[in-house]
Ligand binder design. Structure first.
Ligand SMILES: Nc1ncnc2c1ncn2[C@@H]1O[C@H](COP(=O)(O)OP(=O)(O)OP(=O)(O)O)[C@@H](O)[C@H]1O
Ligand SMILES: O=P(O)(O)OC[C@H]1O[C@H](OP(=O)(O)OP(=O)(O)O)[C@H](O)[C@@H]1O
Ligand SMILES: [Mg+2]
Length: 405
């Protein structure tokens, strides 16, 4: 059975790409394709061919028009491990989401008066961006890829919000016939798999899973799906392997499963996503996304850095600068700021020391301090940085190029 991938299904235009054959995401539902008078292809269930469905499994068509409304809508995860982190990140950017109680699904951000927050499940955020019911959203790249299915209406505005890190990966048992199998290639070449007895893979990623296997030339494979606790499937005899999200690796370990070389489908973390249509057609949406992006970039850039202040004996600012710049970790963002430290000696004002100020990556702090000391730095003060606002953000330029505005 082959399924076409429905990318967009507006009433006036058709953007449809033939896609690889995919599995039927719901085991009980078989899909077929029909077309209507406008040549707009839609998927229907074979059990109820008369009831045309607007959406595909793990995906959704884009709307024909941008619905008239005054507010820009930002979708945030309503629950799960991304929910609190998304709100905390916005808070760190001085964007305070005012949610009266956790069961209220709409909230305001007073700093962005033209914007409403809507709390939704991550997969519904992607679906609603596509349907035009949301304009912006914060979701994991995994969810975006699975439910967005490369739809051109979805634009990644910021791809690395620094939380929700995980990867989507194939895992197999570390016992039995898989004991000595350590790569996707070895897994594919096992003599056990053939047309009658394919490799059975359990996954919730019913779009990305088949696509990945096809791209890797693995033919003898079938898929099953479940909503959670997939790691139990091999031990239960339901599947040979699984494709699921991994972060700490604990769940795999506790279920005697292992990852394999070449088995990572994608790396994921939280991202800010927008609907292209909303950005180009909805009044105010582009300004809002610019402001959110500037705040995010300023915060996230600063988050990885410390400000380091140190004193250094020297004859002139130039001479101190030469010493500082001889060390690879001490050049700061643009270069060190060097200012004279004035002291009174014998009733006279003189300069023996210079204060240097630099930003250093948090990870390189201790090495930077060692380098500072090596060139005569003393009295080193370290403090966190809150924001770094650059002239403009590279991602903003990228977004404008992408939108061609
Ligand atoms: N260890 C992890 N397992 C699953 N998701 C993770 C993990 N670490 C980070 N994430 C990110 O969190 C997102 C949401 O995961 P979560 O399990 O909280 O919600 P959900 O899967 O949408 O809800 P549910 O599992 O109830 O359907 C994932 O799509 C992924 O981007
Ligand atoms: O590598 P780890 O840190 O162990 O995390 C990975 C596990 O976390 C997720 O499950 P979740 O907690 O969402 O439960 P679920 O299976 O019910 O979705 C994911 O589906 C894995 O099972
Ligand atoms: Mg989950």
């Amino acid at each position: 059975m082959s399924i076409l991938n429905l990318r967009q299904c507006p009433s006036s235009s058709l953007s449809l790409s033939p896609s690889p054959p995919l599995l039927s995401p719901s085991p009980s539902t078989a899909f077929s394709v029909i077309s209507n008078r406008r040549r707009c292809l839609r998927l229907v269930t074979s059990s109820s061919v008369s009831s045309v469905q607007r959406s595909v499994a793990n995906g959704s068509p884009a709307p024909a028009v941008v619905v008239e409304r005054n507010q820009i809508r930002l979708g945030l995860p309503s629950k799960g491990r991304m929910a609190a982190d998304a709100i905390d990140l916005l808070k760190d950017c001085q964007l305070f989401v005012k949610q009266v109680n956790p069961r209220q699904y709409v909230a305001q951000i007073p700093q962005l008066p033209n914007t409403e927050v809507w709390f939704q499940r991550p997969k519904d955020i992607v679906r609603k961006l596509l349907s035009g019911d949301l304009d912006l959203g914060i979701v994991g790249l995994d969810t975006l890829s699975e439910y967005g299915q490369e739809n051109e209406d979805l634009i990644i505005v910021h791809e690395a919000l620094n939380f929700g890190d995980c990867h989507l990966s194939i895992a197999i048992p570390n016992y039995g016939i898989f004991e000595n199998i350590n790569s996707l290639k070895e897994l594919a070449q096992m003599p056990q798999w053939n047309e009658e007895r394919p490799l059975r893979l359990a996954t919730g990623f019913t779009y990305l899973g088949p696509k990945f296997m096809k791209e890797n030339g693995i033919k003898h494979v079938t898929f099953s799906t479940a909503d959670g606790a997939l790691e139990a499937a091999p031990a239960m005899g339901i599947a040979d392997a699984i494709l699921d999200l991994v972060s700490s690796g604990t769940t795999l370990k506790e279920n005697n499963l292992k990852e394999i070389e070449g088995g990572v489908v994608l790396e994921s973390q939280a991202a800010l996503v927008a609907s292209r249509r909303a950005l180009t057609e909805r009044k105010g949406a582009l300004n809002t996304v610019h402001e959110i992006l500037e705040r995010l970039e300023a915060h996230l850039k600063a988050d990885g850095q410390f400000t380091v202040v140190a004193n250094m004996r020297g004859n002139s600012a130039d001479e101190v600068a030469e010493r500082v710049l001889s060390q690879p970790l001490l050049s700061g963002l643009q270069g060190p700021t060097i200012s004279p430290v004035y002291v009174t000696k014998d009733g006279k004002v003189s300069v023996d020391y210079y204060a240097i100020v630099i930003c250093v990556p948090k990870k390189a702090l201790y090495d930077s301090v060692k380098q500072l000391r090596a060139v005569g730095g003393s009295g080193v003060l370290v403090s966190p940085l809150t924001y770094i606002f650059d002239e403009d953000t590279p991602r903003w330029g990228q977004l404008l190029r992408n939108l061609r505005v």
